[in-house]
Design a protein around this ligand. Structure first.
Ligand SMILES: C[S@@+](CC[C@H](N)C(=O)[O-])C[C@H]1O[C@@H](n2cnc3c(N)ncnc32)[C@H](O)[C@@H]1O
Length: 243
């Protein structure tokens, strides 16, 4: 397997290609590795995201970069009246997610399709909420993705971003960077042939905008009332903005 260049040295197209490649090859192990590497915190973080959702008009939710559909499924389980759509640009992830939807007999309310978060094929104002969980980090043009997510929600609707972040300097930050650069590559080598993918993961987390910068980006695309909710000592952040 080729060594990927570091995130800040690759072109946007190179980065998009690498992201597609990574998720197409780790699909079958993705859920397991998520639970393992986050100590099951990823499940709690998605639940928290779903608990902040407000359905008041269309009763529809769009999950961008849905992957294997975890956030989409969580939302459908929590809000039985809501119709859920999910898009992801890696067909392997989408078909794995569709399998989970069928297994839970939620095909009538959860529709997962191949689609790009920077070019969403849904009409303006068609959802109450759009969200992206652990996906925006992988999208070089974050502004475009946020604008698209905003376009498809109704006025007053929510745009939510759940993403891993770097804690403020101090004990937790040191512990976390030790985990990311020391422990995580060793762990992933045990469980996946594509451990290089997880070097990219560590790299992309450390290169993500700070909380303040990301809130500024949300304001720049026109989202109002932006707030950031730190989760688990700031390892993860839930951002919410209103259209
Ligand atoms: C870390 S996974 C997160 C999956 C899921 N949201 C979750 O909570 O587990 C990131 C996903 O983003 C997808 N992705 C990255 N860039 C994308 C884009 N421009 N449009 C759609 N999906 C994208 C990848 O294919 C991958 O499935």
């Amino acid at each position: 397997m080729n060594k990927y260049p570091s995130v800040n040295r690759m072109t946007d197209d190179q980065r998009i290609g690498i992201v597609r490649d990574i998720f197409a090859t780790i699909t079958g192990r993705y859920d397991f590795l998520n639970r393992l590497l986050s100590g099951r915190r990823d499940v709690a973080w998605r639940k928290r995201t779903v608990s902040e959702m407000n359905f008041f008009n269309t009763h529809r939710f769009l999950d961008v970069a849905t992957g294997t559909g975890d956030l989409a499924l969580d939302c459908a389980r929590t809000y039985p009246e809501v119709q859920v759509s999910g898009i992801d640009f890696v067909p392997e992830m989408v078909s794995f997610g569709q399998g989970k939807v069928s297994a839970e007999q939620l095909k009538d309310r959860v529709d997962l399709q191949v689609g790009d978060g920077t070019d969403i094929k849904h009409a303006n104002n068609s959802f109450d909420v759009s969200a992206i969980a652990f996906g925006i980090r992988n999208i070089p043009d974050k502004e475009k993705a946020l604008s698209e997510m905003m376009r498809v929600v109704v006025p007053g609707g929510q745009v939510m971003v759940l993403e891993l972040t770097t804690p403020e300097p101090g004990f937790w930050r040191s512990t976390y960077s030790f985990y990311l650069s020391g422990l995580l590559p060793k762990l992933t080598r045990l469980f996946t042939k594509n451990s290089v993918a997880y070097n990219y993961l560590a790299d992309s987390i450390m290169n993500f905008p700070t909380r303040r910068e990301f809130l500024e980006l949300m304001t720049a695309v026109g989202l109002k009332e932006g707030r950031a909710i730190p989760l688990t000592f700031g390892v993860c952040t839930l951002y919410i903005g209103i259209k």
